[in-house]
Write a protein that binds this ligand. Structure first.
Ligand code: CMP
Length: 247
């Protein structure tokens, strides 16, 4: 009697990791409209790095030698003042990139980048990125687009700091959070991970006590609904913010 066994199919960890790198690159906005060849070229040059929650990925003022694409987790980009106060420049999500500025201007890292939860990254070293760009210039155009979008957001923040009071800045920030990562709910838009009041203060250049007062007033006015770790930004607040777009 002969027995026949189905041959088990093994996916080695190395193959799994390459497949993950390839699909993350192919779906990231930064690498959109790249040819299959270009995606393959990048994927072969990239590696994966895992960072625990609160781990520092990039330290301000250090030389930069790599850029990163977030596959999972979240990264806070921020600057510490000499008095120890922190300004949060951005909170980055899967699909977003960081760490490219020092690769292009050759200067030190412009900010700290810290994982706020366990985070997985695709890492691309400077030399690999430059070699890739010399063969696939579309990647350079995409990077320019990304930097232009970031400059626009920075311009908006500067304008808000100059033109809006802290209540208005808080409203803008909450509405942006709802637009960026919220999901529709009965009363408005649900933000699952509500930032702490200190985090909101760091994002809009204020202090926790002021944010606490402004936040509680919005809650009393029924404009936001805090629910445990989540927050509903009501339709009324969304409408109010779009009417007062320029403060
Ligand atoms: P680099 O200067 O190499 O290291 C820090 C990174 O933080 C920087 O590249 C950018 O990718 C990112 N970064 C700096 N400023 C901002 C900002 N205002 N918004 C989003 N990301 C930023």
């Amino acid at each position: 009697m002969t027995f026949s066994f189905a041959r088990p199919t093994f996916t080695s960890p190395v193959n799994e990791e390459s497949a993950r790198i390839r699909s993350s690159i192919a779906s990231a906005a930064l690498f959109h409209s790249l040819s299959i060849d270009a995606v393959e070229d990048l994927a072969q040059r990239a590696s994966i790095r895992r960072v625990p929650a609160h781990g520092t990925i990039v330290t301000q003022d250090e030389p930069g030698d790599a850029m990163f694409l977030i596959i999972a987790g979240r990264v806070k980009v921020g600057i510490f003042g000499e008095n120890g106060r922190e300004v949060t420049l951005s909170l980055l999500r899967p699909g977003q990139c960081f760490g490219e500025m020092s690769l292009f201007d050759g200067k030190e890292r412009s900010a700290n980048c810290i994982a706020t939860e366990p985070t997985t990254l695709v890492v691309l070293h400077r030399q690999d990125l430059m070699q890739h760009i010399s063969r696939h210039p579309t990647t350079a155009l995409n990077l320019l687009g990304e930097m232009a979008a970031r400059l626009r957001r920075a311009d908006e923040s500067i304008a808000q700091l100059a033109l809006c009071d802290v209540n208005e800045r808080l409203v803008h920030r909450l509405v942006s959070l709802a637009e960026e990562e919220g999901t529709p709910a009965a009363e408005g838009i649900l933000v699952r991970r509500r930032p702490t009041q200190q985090e909101l203060a760091n994002m809009i250049g204020s202090c926790r006590e002021t944010i606490s007062r402004a936040f509680n007033q919005l809650a009393r006015d029924g404009m936001i609904i805090a629910r445990g770790r989540s927050l509903v930004v009501t339709n009324a607040l969304m409408a109010k913010s779009s009417r007062a777009a320029a403060c």
